[in-house]
Design a binder for this molecule. Structure first.
Ligand SMILES: Cc1cc2nc3c(=O)[nH]c(=O)nc-3n(C[C@H](O)[C@H](O)[C@H](O)COP(=O)(O)OP(=O)(O)OC[C@H]3O[C@@H](n4cnc5c(N)ncnc54)[C@H](O)[C@@H]3O)c2cc1C
Length: 247
């Protein structure tokens, strides 16, 4: 299967719901690609100066699920997004599961559409279908902790392996899914607001939960998660002081 216009670059973002204008706000990303990597410029209405401006990629200040627009939501209304796509970019397959899925599909030299199809299959298998149960997708951002703490956590909890990013020198991401699993929240619920039984990062609405109830659940989990990270680090530091572990 070939892309309709032969353009590649967004295939890893297949099945993320939402409008084009919202995509740069949180710099949507999945399966090893963030939309900010493909954005050349964003046109936006500046409510402060009451002018339309064109912000290049640097001015958009994209970060992990973050951007200049998200940091100043009262100021910007995105009106257009300029993307740089290519006809000959090598597909990015290094994210967990894509290569295996393509192999299972019997595809050795995948096109962008093949990668999109593989991503769609993985997402449909792993994530609850919003048409069946209302959900907010992968809701939580991975916490960024100092690299030393991340490696210490990995030493204590080998299942955290893979959640530790080697991309950053000074900080690393502690895998949020692991943290939620470790706290035993998967499948739990407060009234109709809950954590998916299938995927620890997904908040679900079992019926009539309000947005506020989901936000309350998020706040409680974030607080407890931070406390768990802190407790893990403190326990290790104590053992280290007593000479029980070598770091
Ligand atoms: C089932 C599911 C799966 C998901 N999977 C992923 C995923 O894999 N990766 C990922 O990154 N996200 C994911 N999301 C989150 C969601 O898809 C994105 O946040 C998407 O960009 C939301 O688009 P929307 O049009 O619904 O925006 P909304 O939710 O309506 O708005 C999001 C924010 O952007 C602002 N906004 C919207 N449009 C504009 C505009 N034109 N100008 C200025 N501000 C604007 C809104 O005010 C709001 O603050 C998922 C969500 C769901 C429900």
């Amino acid at each position: 299967m070939e892309p309709r216009w032969g353009l590649c670059g967004l295939e890893n973002l297949a099945l993320i719901p939402g409008s084009v204008g919202a995509a740069p706000i949180q710099n949507i990303g999945a399966y090893g690609v963030e939309v900010g990597e493909r954005i050349v410029a964003v046109e936006a209405w500046d409510r402060g100066t009451r002018q339309s401006v064109r912000l290049d990629r640097a001015a958009c200040a994209f970060g992990y699920r973050d951007s200049a627009f998200k940091r100043d939501p009262e100021r910007w209304i995105v009106t257009a997004v300029e993307l740089e796509l290519s006809r000959d970019t090598a597909p990015r397959l290094d994210y967990a599961g894509i290569g295996e899925e393509l192999a299972a599909m019997g595809i050795a030299t995948p096109s962008a559409c093949d990668v999109a199809e593989a991503v769609i299959r993985i997402r449909q298998r792993k994530l609850p279908d919003p048409a069946v149960i209302g959900n907010a997708g992968s809701f939580f951002k991975n916490p960024i902790v100092p690299a030393t703490q991340a490696w210490a956590l990995h030493g204590e909890h080998p299942r955290l392996h893979g959640g530790v990013s080697r991309r950053r020198r000074t900080h690393a991401q502690a895998l949020c899914r692991w943290l939620i699993d470790a706290c035993g929240w998967k499948g739990t619920r407060e009234g109709d607001a809950g954590v998916s039984a299938a995927h620890a990062l997904v908040l679900v609405n079992h019926g009539n939960a309000t947005g506020l109830q989901l936000l309350d659940l998020k706040t409680a989990h974030r607080r407890l998660g931070a406390r768990t990270l802190w407790r893990c680090a403190r326990a290790r530091a104590t053992r280290h002081r007593r000479g029980v572990v070598n770091a």
